[in-house]
Design a protein. Structure first.
Length: 270
């Protein structure tokens, strides 16, 4: 699904302009554009700039850097040969911890700055891969490394995955997968969308999800299972509403735990 599809299929002129702007901004989400914002020269060395609590160097940063270097060599072996040749031009300059999305809270995530020259940076993100939550029901994964399971799944689902997507294992047995940081990613402001824009966005998400399922399953079998009646649509809608309600209840429990002192935080819950 090329970004041009969003522009061409936009329902209104305003929506068309918004997609054009998002596409233009996404093209600036590359290492060359991010590098001046995320790195600087500190004591004569190029380093990732600390922005705690989201990006920071832990006290044992030198040890982590050595571990990441070891992991990097194992990760290299998971890439196709033609990509290893490109990767071999780079060497690790710095490593920092990075807090990422909701799905990764509580896992080990880092960002590595690599350089092939003064003006040739690369930013790789290390993300810990835990066992699938489906394992108790679907059985143990056939992959020995959970990072490999995640990477294989992404490659199957996505028509064009990150060219440096790969996996590795940490010194204490943790599994990780790696990808470039912000490699031309679109950022969509969901909070300020109008209803027509929201419906258009949901339709695009459904399109992408349907194609992903078609790539990994039997499209005719899936279509036959769904049928032409709205029963599946209604079930998914009911699940979505129930999930949203549960999220709100969980958040209230979370805030209550902070107010009671059972959970320690830097700020107080309102």
């Amino acid at each position: 699904m090329d970004a041009e599809v969003f522009v061409d299929d936009a329902a209104t002129t305003v929506a068309k302009q918004r997609w054009k702007k998002l596409e233009k901004e996404a093209r600036r989400q590359t290492a060359e554009h991010i590098f001046p914002k995320i790195a600087d020269v500190v004591n004569g060395r190029v380093r990732i700039v600390d922005h705690p609590p989201f990006v920071y160097h832990p006290r044992s940063s030198e040890l982590i850097r050595r571990h990441v270097t070891e992991m990097f060599h194992r990760y290299r072996a998971t890439l196709p040969e033609e990509r290893r040749i490109i990767l071999d031009r780079y060497h690790i300059i710095d490593v920092a911890r990075k807090v990422v999305g909701v799905g990764s809270v509580g896992t080990r995530c880092s960002v590595a700055l690599l350089m092939a020259g003064e003006h040739d940076p690369m930013l790789l993100q290390f993300k810990e891969a835990l066992p699938s939550v489906l394992e108790p029901y679907a059985g143990k994964s056939r992959y020995l490394n959970h990072g490999e399971r995640v990477v294989t799944g992404q490659r199957m689902l996505q028509s064009a995955s990150d060219v440096f997507l790969g996996w590795t294992r940490g010194p204490q047995g943790q599994d990780f997968y790696l990808r470039q940081l912000r490699d031309m990613k679109m950022k969509i402001d969901l909070a300020n969308m109008t209803k027509p824009d929201w419906l258009e966005y949901v339709g695009i998400c459904g399109w992408a999800l349907a194609r992903a399922h078609a790539r990994t399953g039997d499209p005719a079998l899936i279509a036959g299972y769904l049928g032409k009646k709205p029963a599946f649509d209604a079930a998914i809608s009911a699940f979505a509403v129930a999930y949203a309600d549960q999220t709100e209840r969980d958040f209230e429990v979370f805030k209550k735990a902070i107010r009671s002192g059972r959970l320690k935080t830097a700020t107080r819950a309102k």
